[in-house]
Design a protein around this ligand. Structure first.
Ligand code: NAD
Length: 257
């Protein structure tokens, strides 16, 4: 049995509501029998995560606050996780942020403050979290983050977030090399566009969805479930030979010229 996440402790960071990609990942992991630990930013989202987690039958999830802009918050959160479960086997990082005004018009107009904030939350946070989480991955582990094609190519309106994803993608490669000797794999999933709270901030998002439907090899958009199932694969031993990789779950759109 290589699809072996049953009984494994997996941290899922970034559930905001039921449309969140993190929630799709959580459901796939839950259905495969993983023990889930949710982290969220801000008490407003805490209730939302508690309500959602309560719908997972037989799942007694641990739910903790963790604002990734704060090293103290990250340290406290993972100390709490260590106290409650000891070892973790996986971590799904599903976190990004950019100010709305930086997701339209020209990238060239990005402000210094907007750049620093977005790169901090969307890229550095993976490294900050990996640094602490690896100490709890005493049996090896799998770290999965979410990226987008806009980090590899110019995608209209994605702008600053594309630059943040490029930094995130490079972080995946460097982290995979740092943590590989410890049996920890680090990979990303490049999801096609999905209507979520964060996606609302991107200018003309509906026209992106429409273009995928017309042009992607599969002629349709992807779902949170499809991303969730790929995360499940990456968390399991089915993917044991894969690290430093980016898997596109985008109906094939990235192959088009
Ligand atoms: P979402 O809004 O549901 O999730 C984003 C999460 O980031 C939220 O839970 C939010 O609370 C969290 N976050 C923001 N600032 C934080 C902070 N300081 N500390 C901790 N958490 C913080 O939207 P989503 O689309 O599910 O986004 C999840 C990931 O998927 C992001 O990395 C996003 O870039 C990526 N992604 C999304 C799409 C898409 O089309 N929706 C496509 C490719 C990649």
């Amino acid at each position: 049995e290589l699809l072996n996440v049953k009984g494994k402790n997996i941290v899922v960071m970034g559930v905001a509501n039921q449309r969140s990609i993190a929630w799709g990942i959580a459901r796939s992991l839950h259905n495969a029998g993983a023990n889930l630990i949710f982290t969220y930013a801000g008490e407003r989202l805490g209730q939302s995560v508690r309500d959602l987690a309560a719908t997972l039958e037989g799942q007694n999830a641990i739910i903790l606050p963790c604002d990734v802009t704060s090293d103290e918050d990250i340290a406290r959160c993972f100390a709490d996780i260590k106290e409650q479960v000891g070892t973790i086997h996986g971590l799904a990082h599903c976190i990004a942020f950019a100010n709305k005004e930086d997701l339209k018009g020209g990238y060239v107009d990005t402000s210094r403050e907007g750049f620093v904030l977005s790169l901090d939350i969307s890229a550095y946070s993976l490294t900050a979290v990996a640094k602490v989480a690896k100490e709890l991955m005493t049996d090896g582990g799998s770290i999965v983050t979410l990226t987008y094609l806009g980090g590899e190519r110019v995608v209209k309106n994605y702008n600053l977030m594309g630059v943040a994803k490029a930094a995130l993608d490079a972080s995946v490669r460097y982290l995979s090399n740092d943590l590989g000797a410890q049996g920890i794999r680090v990979n990303s999933i490049s999801a096609g566009p999905i209507r979520t709270l964060s996606a609302k901030g991107i200018g003309e998002f509906n026209s992106i969805l429409k273009e995928i439907e017309e042009k992607a090899p599969l002629r349709r958009n992807v779902t949170q479930e499809e991303v969730g199932d790929t995360a499940l694969f990456l968390m399991s031993d089915l993917s044991r030979g894969i690290t430093g990789e980016n898997i596109h779950v985008d109906a094939g759109y990235h192959v088009l010229g």
